[in-house]
Design a protein around this ligand. Structure first.
Ligand SMILES: Nc1ncnc2c1ncn2[C@@H]1O[C@H](COP(=O)(O)OP(=O)(O)OP(=O)(O)O)[C@@H](O)[C@H]1O
Ligand SMILES: CC(=O)N[C@H]1[C@@H]2OC[C@@H](O2)[C@@H](O)[C@@H]1O[C@H](C)C(=O)O
Length: 369
């Protein structure tokens, strides 16, 4: 898995047994193979129309295939497991573009690169990939696709649980107490770390606000925060998804041109934007006693977690680690659950989360034989 932050390829080696609601997974090893600065710059350039090139995109698909295949080899090597003994590889790839509701003229579509044939050859293993297209083909947004795995792993008879991932983008899955799969509800809350990261790059030439220290040292500018909260995405009704197309570099550059704050105040304000938009978005679905379980890289930012707890009174804010899971491994583990469903000819989209017209078997299979 590689998400919108472009930090690197996450590879989870899991033991998986059973299918559907009976699926059991055990994490054996986890590795993130970071993208080099050059790889990251090359991917980032392809995310914007002004700087993308069809020649580089063609090359990038295969280059990412190598990066993903090598991440599989790295996690296997760390565990002392030969890759040829794997049951399968489930590869999300790198989202390059996502058009669930295209402006005009274009076709609803989504594009994840990381060529599966290259991964199969490097790892000597069958690969399941392209998990989003099939959901979109039946009218869904093609995202979010992790809710099925969250239902399998986190449903609880005792609590309403909201799984909040804070990666580049923030996304929430609501699993009410005693929920059935049809009851799940999920959507993107808005920016996760994306704006914070962009501001860190702009002001400090760092990739992110390590430990939330800049955010903690700054003061939230309430007037600017209130303006930012007026972005139309926050008022849209779920199901809804968003991405770099809306809250990427251009968005932050626009903010920097419009408002003039001290660097730490900017980062505090962007951190508060993430916290407040999450709190506002989940509020209608969070009765007293709800557990908000935070995952993704944002769970390593204590300033963000503190702001979130303050913005969501009555909700118990927990991290994946507090439940015995790993925040950084969660999405990669989710892909293995989806891949396992695919290989058993079973669906794993959640129509109530994506807006799809029906459950479908996600993914494409590239056999290694
Ligand atoms: N120690 C840390 N302190 C503060 N922030 C951190 C830390 N570690 C990671 N992060 C944040 O988490 C981000 C990466 O999160 P993650 O890997 O979950 O994102 P992603 O999977 O790429 O995104 P998405 O889930 O939106 O696709 C980093 O860019 C950074 O902002
Ligand atoms: C199109 C795409 O790659 N969307 C990602 C992105 O990153 C976070 C959020 O936006 C989420 O909707 C999704 O990823 C997770 C894994 C998902 O589909 O559940």
């Amino acid at each position: 898995m590689s998400g919108t932050s472009l930090d690197g390829v996450d590879a989870a080696l899991v033991e998986i047994t059973g299918v559907s609601e009976e699926t059991k997974v055990q994490l054996k090893q986890f590795t993130t193979v970071p993208f080099s600065a050059a790889q990251k710059a090359q991917i980032a350039a392809q995310l914007a129309n002004a700087t993308s090139s069809v020649e580089v995109l063609c090359s990038l698909d295969f280059a990412l295939g190598h990066a993903f295949g090598n991440a599989v080899l790295a996690v296997c090597q760390a565990a002392g497991v030969p890759s040829a003994s794997l049951g399968f590889v489930a590869s999300h790839g790198q989202t390059l573009y996502h058009l669930p509701d295209p402006p005009t003229g274009e076709t609803r579509s989504t594009l994840q690169l990381g060529n599966a044939a290259i991964i199969a050859e490097l790892t000597h293993t069958t690969v399941v990939s392209d998990f989003r297209s099939r959901d979109m083909a039946v009218g869904g947004q093609g995202a979010p696709i992790v809710p099925y795995s969250e239902y399998v792993l986190y449903r609880s008879p005792a609590h309403t649980r909201i799984l909040q991932n804070i990666g580049g983008i923030g996304n929430a899955t609501i699993i009410k107490q005693n929920a059935q799969l049809e009851d799940l509800f999920a959507f993107d809350t808005g920016p996760g770390n994306m704006v914070i990261d962009e501001l860190c790059r702009h002001f400090f030439h760092t990739e992110y606000d390590d430990g939330g220290k800049h955010g903690a040292a700054g003061t939230v500018n309430q007037a600017v925060l209130q303006e930012l909260l007026k972005h139309p995405y926050f008022a849209e009704q779920p199901p809804k998804t968003t991405g770099r197309e809306v809250f990427g570099q251009q968005y932050t550059e626009g903010l920097l041109a419009r408002y003039h704050l001290a660097p730490n105040d900017w980062i505090a304000t962007a951190t508060a934007l993430t916290a407040q938009t999450i709190a506002d978005a989940i509020k209608p679905f969070a009765p007293a006693g709800t557990q908000l379980i935070v995952g993704g890289g944002g769970s390593y930012n204590p300033t963000l977690l503190a702001m979130l707890a303050q913005a969501a009174p009555g909700v118990e804010v927990l991290t994946q680690e507090q439940l015995g899971f790993r925040s950084d491994a969660k999405e990669a583990i989710a892909m293995t659950i989806l891949g396992n469903q695919t290989l058993h000819h079973l669906p794993s989209n959640v129509p109530s989360a994506t807006g799809a017209s029906r459950p479908v078997i996600l993914g494409s299979i590239t056999y290694y034989a």
